[in-house]
Design a protein around this ligand. Sequence first.
Ligand code: CA2
Length: 177
Amino acid sequence: MAGCLAPRLNKKGKNKTHRQGWIEKIECASLMKILFLNGPNLNLLGRREPKIYGHKTLKDIEATVKKRAKQLGCIVDFHQSNHEGDLVNWIQDAQDNYDVIVINAAAYTHTSVALRDAIAAVGIPAIEIHLSNVHSREEFRHRSLIAPVCCGQISGFGAFSYVLGLEAAVNVIECIK
Ligand code: CA2
């Protein structure tokens, strides 16, 4: 991932890479801060199209994820926006504030070079999630522009994709080591 090998100074003044920094921090899950980002129309969850996206609202999902995060001893913040620029800003602001990003970019998954560039630029491990199985749906949903800059993709488990995203985030060390 771009940026992950950028040099930084550790407390002893020696060069340290972002990657080394994460590995040290991520090895202690209780210190982990995980940012969940949600893209356009996900604010409608639970109110429209329940056959595809289920009956839970985004607030319900957030509560479930935070309950599990408490058990795991990590901190989770949740944001949703219908605007691409808000998501780009949150990704940029995540640098130095979060250890892992879990992102359901919704329709921007399939269109946004800006989100892909932002994820690559901050170099924080990112996990792509979807409620529906995007690969069993229309062909335009099969392509993800962000997948190449994410550690992996979770798709098709409904609201549980978010919990799986959290579990993957806590164990992200396994994929970046
Ligand atoms: O399955 C997912 O999580 C998606 O990211 C959802 C996006 C879709 O564009 C992706 O291909 C797959 C759509 C989110 C829209 O959410 C709605 C929720 C309720 C009613 C209408 C839309």
